[in-house]
Design a protein around this ligand. Structure first.
Ligand code: FE2
Length: 206
């Protein structure tokens, strides 16, 4: 009989004890507008927003550099800042990636975009080969991998199967990335995958 494993730590739960919810300095009107758009129009706008944000000297000075200092003591990756729109219409999160850390393979129940604000993060992307009809079963195939530095712009993911990925920092310096997620389309936050045993389970944010 196949062993059953629960998703203990979700991608957006892990390490969140360090995050703070505060008022956002970047343009929240722009974020609200982006969050109202259909996915296909929202993604390029979100990507542009993040590409501009990580090049904004004030943002880097005020938000990113202080986090880099603090990241020296961290063992695992964590969400250092989270800014949520009203009714969870969007969520902007700043992730800190100490050297050698990374997520599980996962997807999101919303569209998403992210850009490196400091250092380089590696993204591995996967295609889903099965049709999703079997409970807790998913067959994945690695599709590509790309390194993202601040000058590379933003990567985007569609909700669910359109954005199965793993993000991490295999480099030699800490990295920081800024992520923007649109409105959630399902009750769950997303799914976590274990391709070593073709396993998938829902990830709840609580
Ligand atoms: Fe992700």
């Amino acid at each position: 009989m196949k062993g059953k494993t629960k998703c203990h730590k979700g991608v957006s739960e892990e390490g969140q004890e360090n995050h703070m919810r505060t008022t956002l300095t970047p343009d929240t009107n722009e974020l609200r507008e982006i969050a109202l758009l259909p996915t296909q129009s929202a993604l390029p706008r979100a990507a542009r927003f993040l590409s501009d944000l990580v090049k904004d000297a004030g943002f880097v000075q005020g938000e990113i550099l202080p986090l880099l200092q603090k990241s020296r003591n961290a063992q695992d990756w964590y969400v250092a800042r989270q800014y949520d729109g009203e009714d969870d219409s969007y969520s902007l999160k700043i992730f800190v990636w100490p050297v050698g850390t990374g997520t599980k393979i996962h997807d999101h129940s919303s569209w998403g975009a992210y850009a490196s604000a400091s250092g380089t993060v590696l993204e591995e992307r996967y295609d889903r080969l099965d049709d999703g009809s079997l409970m807790e079963h998913a067959r994945l195939k690695k599709a590509w991998q790309l390194s993202w530095s601040p000058e590379d712009g933003a990567s985007t993911v569609l909700p669910g199967d359109g954005g199965i990925h793993r993000v991490g920092n295999p480099g030699e310096d800490a990295a920081i990335s800024v992520h923007l997620y649109g409105p959630r389309l399902e009750e769950v936050d997303g799914r976590d995958y274990d391709p070593s045993r073709d396993y998938v389970c829902a990830r709840r944010e609580d």
